[in-house]
Design a protein around this ligand. Structure first.
Ligand SMILES: Nc1ncnc2c1ncn2[C@@H]1O[C@H](COP(=O)(O)OP(=O)(O)O)[C@@H](O)[C@H]1O
Ligand SMILES: O=P(O)(O)O[C@H]1O[C@H](CO)[C@@H](O[C@H]2O[C@H](CO)[C@@H](O)[C@H](O)[C@H]2O)[C@H](O)[C@H]1O
Length: 477
């Protein structure tokens, strides 16, 4: 029997409110088994699929919810919400695969406007002959999701919550951009992020913007509504937040400045201020433990382990490992600052220019508090030195400069200095005041980027590799 067919879950129907975990109705295991060949082909091709380069050996169902009826007599699309765990050959335990959220549309015929969303025709099982497609591309499905948020409550294992009234009837569109998840924009009013790889526990991209909103920080769009899968540790599935209409992202603005031969110093300074304000608000809203020596050691050990793992995956890193390690060893040698420990707090975790938006009024906002998607959720949610975010932005100025010909190292150096000045002016702490910590975090970030680019965008690998070369040779930031 295939793994999919042996899975024991319940198909929760919108009408019956049955929840996941009950004994499987006879057709539910068959359902996943019959969809598996299509998913096998389609899933690894998605931008948000994290297991790139690894063979997919099977799927197991975590939860299934029939949001719109699937029976062939129903008019219009059916909508199946699935949480599926993907199996890879090197995972000894079936509970260890990544869990993905899928919203699968089901129709008898696919209207031409949805041709690009096609997954395939189901060959056998309860949906034999029907067409499976990416449901988010269907305006009827997108409209239905907004309606669910307007009238919160449960739908099988899914729980919809809202923090404010929601405007009805807004026209949806799928955001067409490079991203780790999938987003829908409603009118010019809201943006809904559907998390693709999901984890037990509250996603920081819900938790932190909610906390910042409560703390009165206007730098981050506050969640209006969200939905999650119920369980001992609820899984955050999606967040609706105000859409910043007309805003431009910092990455595009930086590239435009480079193309025009302009510096980006005022923008970098403003971004330093914005980062500092968000850090101050996070430190007010959430715990700020000092890292004792044991945790400093752990931080350094984690960085070293990440470096070693990255070098195993990307052999080009190997010659630089000894040089890069000196950055981590320098932090370990310092132990903890002044006996009180390094200051730690919740941080953004994956801050770069693409996570910043400048509004039409020139005001900068920060978005996407999910942290580095490859890291386990508990690690992403743990308090860290705020310099982690600073290091992310410093790397990003370098990325922008490196992606432009001819390379202009001075452009990045001026941005980096201005960003730190802006940060210091707003927070009273200049990140350059702790050079060992900054260098270690910048090194850790560059190592992450090497792995990220090797997996997702091999053409970009030379960009972080240039930083690796510089950081391995450096003794100070
Ligand atoms: N509140 C918002 N207003 C306007 N655009 C947004 C907003 N949030 C996100 N975006 C746009 O959506 C893109 C993807 O959002 P992001 O949160 O970074 O998703 P992901 O985690 O999938 O990478 C961003 O690069 C930005 O252009
Ligand atoms: O998808 P996310 O935005 O959450 O972040 C991931 O993808 C980013 C690229 O889209 C990647 O960022 C790296 O490339 C950027 C330029 O495209 C650059 O500005 C960043 O500094 C660099 O780290 C990010 O690391 C990854 O987590």
């Amino acid at each position: 029997m295939s793994e999919a067919a042996s899975t024991r879950v319940a198909l929760a129907k919108s009408t019956t409110k049955r929840t996941a975990g009950r004994r499987v109705p006879p057709d539910t295991a068959d359902l996943l088994a019959s969809l598996a060949p299509l998913l096998h082909e389609w899933l690894p091709r998605q931008r948000w699929f994290a297991g790139k380069g690894q063979a997919v050996t099977g799927f197991s169902l975590v939860a299934a919810t029939e949001i719109l009826p699937l029976d062939a007599s129903a008019a219009g699309p059916g909508l199946l919400h699935l949480l599926v765990r993907v199996r890879h050959p090197d995972l000894p335990d079936r509970s260890q695969g990544d869990c993905y959220q899928l919203l699968l549309g089901v129709r008898r015929t696919l209207p031409p406007r949805l041709a690009g969303a096609l997954i395939g025709r189901v060959a056998e099982g309860p949906l034999a002959g029907r067409i499976l497609y990416e449901g988010l591309h269907d305006p009827r499905v997108a409209a239905l999701l907004l309606e669910r948020f307007r009238t919160p409550g449960s739908l099988g294992p899914l729980r919809f919550e809202r923090a404010a009234p929601i405007e009805p009837g807004l026209v949806p569109r799928v955001l067409d951009t490079e991203q780790s998840n999938s987003s829908l924009v409603y009118g010019d009013t809201y943006i809904l992020k559907i998390f693709r790889r999901v984890f037990p526990g509250t996603n920081p991209d819900l938790e932190l913007p909610l906390a910042l909103g409560r703390a009165g920080c206007g730098r981050v769009p506050a969640p209006v509504a969200w939905f999650e899968a119920a369980g001992p540790e609820p899984l955050t599935l999606g967040v609706l937040q105000p859409f910043l209409h007309g805003a431009e992202d910092g990455w595009q603005l930086a590239l435009a400045a480079l193309r025009a031969g302009r510096d980006f110093v005022p923008e970098a300074r403003a971004l330093g201020r914005a980062t500092a304000e968000v850090h101050t608000a996070l430190a007010t809203a959430l715990p700020t433990p000092a890292l004792p020596p044991s945790q400093t050691r752990q931080l350094v050990d984690q960085m070293t382990e990440r470096l070693e793992a990255a070098a195993r995956a990307v052999p080009a890193l190997v010659p630089y490992v000894p040089g890069l390690r000196t950055a981590f060893d320098a932090v370990a040698a310092l132990g903890h600052r002044g006996g009180g420990g390094w200051a730690a707090q919740r941080v953004h975790g994956d801050l770069h220019l693409g996570q910043t938006l400048r509004g039409e009024d020139g005001f900068w906002s920060l978005i996407d508090f999910e942290g580095e998607p490859a890291k386990p959720l508990p690690e992403r949610r743990s308090p860290q030195p705020p310099v982690r975010d600073v290091a992310g932005m410093l790397r990003s100025f370098d990325y922008a400069a490196r992606s432009h010909r001819p390379w202009n190292p001075g452009w990045a150096a001026h941005c980096r200095a201005a960003y730190c000045e802006g940060y210091a002016a707003a927070s009273g702490t200049d990140p350059r005041g702790e050079p060992e910590l900054l260098r270690a975090h910048e090194t850790d970030k560059a190592v992450y980027e090497v792995l990220y680019e090797a997996r997702h965008r091999p053409d970009w690998l030379p960009v972080p590799m240039a930083a690796i070369e510089r950081l391995a040779a450096a003794t100070a930031p």
